[in-house]
Design a protein around this ligand. Structure first.
Ligand code: AP5
Ligand code: MG
Length: 214
């Protein structure tokens, strides 16, 4: 099963992708997580990506496409995967299509998690990310057992640099301009499925299982 998660920043793509990956035993590939791991490790890619991410801008397509196409060729992707945060532009979607076409494959589902902009800003302000393993929480909607400490690995939680309100607004603008056109792109391919992302996390997941099959 090859799945793409679409949706605005903070719509809950990462939250749902993690649950889907666990249930269907497929790898969860998040380009945002890959970039954050590179930033943490001080790689050249991480240094380049950070300059764009901190401003709420997209990392240029040429830094993203090869990285994802290489990742999809790894052994664990043979039985499918869930892409979270990629593609984010029409050229990225076309490059994914071309890579899949070469092996006679295609995307099965593009799940659009719909959340209005008004809800996004408050969600992002409450999000906390683990500096150790990258797990994501929310002060109100997904709190940790001990305040400020990751449930999975015990490391400290922080507000992501790009979750400050002014950067969130920029990310939303970029989303509407560059990423939203993908909704039409995948609709025309007949694989688009829409879910209401304003529901509780568990209800959103139930709706997604309804689409993918139990
Ligand atoms: P990325 O990490 O992909 O960020 P994003 O798309 O902006 O999305 P987020 O991770 O912020 O949100 P999400 O939808 O995963 O929501 P989450 O589940 O965490 O990318 C970061 C940056 O990297 C980009 O801005 C760009 O610069 C660069 N980048 C990455 N990929 C790229 C690409 N392909 N091309 C170019 N550049 C790229 O949920 C948000 C919060 O809400 C959490 O706290 C969560 O607990 C809570 N929550 C989730 N669901 C619910 C719910 N149903 N109810 C209440 N709260 C909820
Ligand atoms: Mg995410």
């Amino acid at each position: 099963m090859k799945i793409i998660m679409l949706g605005a920043p903070g719509a809950g793509k990462g939250t749902q992708a993690k649950k889907i990956a666990e249930k269907y035993q497929i790898p969860h590939i998040s380009t945002g997580d890959i970039f954050r791991a590179n930033i943490k490790n001080g790689t050249e890619l991480g240094k380049k990506a950070k300059t764009y991410m901190d401003q709420g801008l997209l990392v240029p397509d040429e830094l993203v496409c090869d990285l994802v196409v290489d990742r999809l060729q790894q052994e664990d992707c043979k039985k499918g995967y869930i892409l979270d945060g990629f593609p984010r532009t029409i050229p990225q979607a076309e490059s994914l299509d071309a890579a899949l076409c070469e092996i006679g494959a295609s995307i099965d589902y593009a799940i659009d998690v719909e959340v209005p902009d008004e809800n996004i800003v408050s969600r992002m302000g409450g999000r906390r990310a683990c500096v150790g393993c990258g797990a994501t929480y929310h002060l109100v909607y997904a709190p940790t057992k001990a305040e400020g400490i990751c449930d999975s690995c015990g490391a400290e939680l922080i507000l992501r640099d790009d979750d400050k309100p002014e950067t969130v607004q920029k990310r939303l603008d970029v989303y509407h301009e560059q990423t939203q056109p993908l909704i039409d792109f995948y609709s025309q391919k007949g694989v688009l499925k829409e879910v209401d992302g304003t529901m509780d996390m568990e209800d959103v997941f139930t709706a997604i299982i309804g689409i993918l099959g139990a």
